[in-house]
Design a protein around this ligand. Structure first.
Ligand SMILES: [Zn+2]
Length: 240
């Protein structure tokens, strides 16, 4: 762990320098940087069975994060958390979450440290937001979350994509369906959005900020079963 921390520190120092030379030196980044900018992922590649990626952002509520973890475990689901790392629930739920992260049943990906609109920041500050979250996940869960990140609010532009790619965050992940539950939302609206969102190849966006989803877990499971959908993590689907 000590050696890993030193490595992350080196990556961080190198990244905050944000030099073209540093970018060119990265094996994940072509020297023809602008031409090679990645495009955001919004859905899964086709597979020979129906599948969707259930992704859950933020983590502002301890109970919401906890119940998602228990739900995934109890129902043999696979899920990706996009971690907003300065939120306490990522520390307070560590003990029950860590084994699922280690087995790969739950994937952790980067959703920044303080949840800013990255398009309003300098490239250096974009990199700090991603790297401090990266270091948190590495230190506490032992995982390197690269290459996947989700920009808060889905706000992204070429400058953000380039700054992130210089760190090895080469795969921005957006979504193709949403539960609309970043804040509290009424049950009927939530279920309407869920019905419209859950389907083959979809990347579905939920939030661990309140208990709206928890109150509808049974209905969400019914949709998965009725539609024959298997849940996969982003890494499952893209093989990285
Ligand atoms: Zn968010």
């Amino acid at each position: 762990m000590q050696r890993e921390s030193a490595l992350e520190r080196r990556i961080f120092l190198k990244s905050t320098a944000a030099s073209i030379a540093a970018a060119a030196a990265s094996p994940l980044f072509s020297s023809n940087a602008d031409a090679a900018l990645p495009t955001p992922i919004v859905e899964l590649p086709r597979a020979d069975y129906p599948r969707m990626a259930w992704t859950v952002d933020d983590g502002c509520s301890h109970d919401s994060v906890k119940r998602y973890i228990e739900f995934v475990k109890a129902n043999d689901l696979r899920l990706t958390f996009f971690v907003y790392s300065s939120m306490g629930p990522w520390t307070s739920n560590m003990k029950i979450l860590r084994p699922l992260v280690e087995s790969g049943q739950i994937q952790l990906a980067n959703h920044s440290t303080h949840h800013p609109d990255l398009t309003t920041l300098s490239s250096e500050d974009v990199q700090k937001e991603l790297m401090n979250c990266h270091i948190f996940m590495k230190k506490n869960y032992g995982v390197d979350a690269r290459p996947y990140y989700r920009p808060p609010y889905g706000a992204i532009n070429n400058r953000v994509i380039k700054a992130a790619a210089e760190l090895g965050y080469t795969s921005p992940v957006l979504w193709s369906g949403s539960f609309g539950d970043a804040g509290n939302v009424g049950g009927p609206k939530f279920m309407k959005l869920a019905n419209n969102s859950m389907g083959n190849k979809k990347i579905v966006l939920g939030h661990a900020n309140n208990l709206v989803a928890y109150n509808h877990y049974d209905s969400l499971l019914n949709i998965l079963n009725d539609r024959g959908l298997t849940t996969v993590t982003i890494s499952d689907a893209f093989g990285v």
